[in-house]
Design a protein around this ligand. Structure first.
Ligand code: PLP
Length: 404
């Protein structure tokens, strides 16, 4: 007989319990059923059955995130959330949950999706891929052009409006209440990717959006050590999103959920320090723009940002991302290679400051024309600001930007 060993048996008894705020990790794939009644209850969703249907660590994180997303909203706002193995899996499930609704589109006319660009390049590629497979018709507009979204919705039925709050890398802010009004008036679903804002800075569901997605790989996880995604919305929509996850299997591993549980306990402190650093760095670069050959500093907290006023209205604080354009692309490329403290990593939201060169990163997914249209100039550098000492960050960039 295969030995069972001690695994799965309770550990040694101790009078001293573990810290109550360090949650246990339930890595179990299946749940042992006491009897047939327990099986029937589990099949109906009243108890745990199998990890792909939902598991305790994932559910604890989902509950916390749904509370954060509902914060400040009207008392009747009911929010649930569900987690995924990546941000992309979350976006795909949210989009498909809307498209799967029998009320949208018809056999010979696929549902119309309006994408308020720029959006994350992989999200854009995903929507284009779904459109190429005939699952939707895609209409691309620019973020501030709310009037154009209204005009399309007047002309024909729109199933989904997809936008990001704090776009990447120019950190534009869509007029979420206006988009929500258009969506509600025309029976469309407004889906907002709020990865760069997090629910601490912006809660789109309280502003009228129907679904919110995050790459939890970024600020929510925050330590560069986990990949996860989240979708939040009404219980009815989330039930559809969960059903999609169960079927397609993009479930979050319990250990990654546990890491995320750990990370969320420090989110408010991390983000607060990151925003303080981002504000100080944006001011430092603006004040020395001439000396450092900087053409523009892009940060919603600066009055020069085109959405400064809207950001102040819709976001609690201006976020921890910034970008700047050098007068010469050569200086940008040199600075990217010269930084010593900032890390050259194609991600964001980490406790460490990360620098990226978007024109090089996205040259495979966006054409030259699209890069120019989305304002991704060859001299632009993006920084996700971390927790370091601000004097060290300023010195690192100043050193990297110095003339030859
Ligand atoms: N949404 C935004 C705004 C992102 O920046 C990213 C990744 O960079 C994603 C979604 C996708 O997230 P993930 O990498 O966790 O799949």
């Amino acid at each position: 007989m295969f030995p069972r060993g001690d695994a799965g048996q309770p550990g040694p008894a101790s009078e001293n319990g573990p810290l109550p705020n360090v949650p246990p990790l339930y890595q179990s794939v299946g749940y042992e059923l006491t009897d047939l009644a327990a099986l029937q209850l589990a099949v109906d969703g009243g108890r745990h059955l199998y990890v792909r249907h939902g598991a305790p660590n994932e559910e604890a994180v989902a509950t916390l995130l749904s509370q954060l997303e509902a914060r400040g909203g009207p008392p009747e706002l009911r929010v649930e959330a569900t987690l995924f193995s990546s941000g992309m899996a979350a976006i795909e499930a949210a989009v498909m949950a809307v498209l799967d609704d029998r009320r949208v589109g018809s056999r010979d006319k696929p549902p119309l999706v309006v994408m308020a660009s720029p959006i994350y390049s992989a999200s854009r590629s995903l929507l284009c891929a779904l459109a190429n497979r005939g699952l939707m018709t895609l209409h691309e507009l620019e973020v501030p052009d709310t009037a154009a979204v209204a005009a399309i919705a007047e002309r024909e039925p729109v199933a989904l409006i997809f936008c990001e709050v704090l776009t990447n890398p120019r950190l534009r802010v869509p007029d979420l209440p206006a988009l929500a009004q258009i969506a509600n008036q025309h029976g469309a679903t407004l889906l907002v990717d709020s990865t760069l804002a997090t629910p601490l800075l912006c809660r789109p569901l309280t502003l009228g959006a129907h679904l919110v997605v995050h790459s939890a790989t970024k600020f929510l996880g925050g330590h560069g050590d986990l990949c996860a995604g989240v979708v939040a919305g009404s219980p009815e929509l989330i039930a559809r999103v969960r059903a999609h996850r169960q079927l397609f299997g993009s479930v979050l591993d319990p250990f990654a959920a546990w890491l995320l549980q750990r990370s969320l306990r420090t989110l408010h402190v991390r983000l607060s320090r990151q925003i303080e650093n981002a504000t100080a760095l944006a001011n430092f670069l603006s004040d020395r723009a001439e000396e450092l050959s900087i053409r523009e500093v892009i940060y919603p907290g600066l009055p020069s940002h085109p959405d400064h006023a809207l950001a102040a209205q819709l976001l609690d604080r201006p976020g921890a991302m910034l970008a700047f354009t050098l007068k010469s692309p050569e200086v940008a490329r040199r600075a990217f290679e010269r930084v010593r403290l900032l890390r050259r990593v194609a991600s964001l939201g980490d406790v460490e400051s990360l620098i990226m060169y978007p024109a090089a990163t996205w040259r495979r997914t966006l054409s030259e024309k699209e890069l120019a249209r989305f304002g991704i100039a060859p001299g632009l550098l993006r920084i996700s600001v971390g927790l370091e000492d601000i004097a060290d960050l300023c010195a690192d960039l100043q050193g990297a930007l110095r003339p030859e």
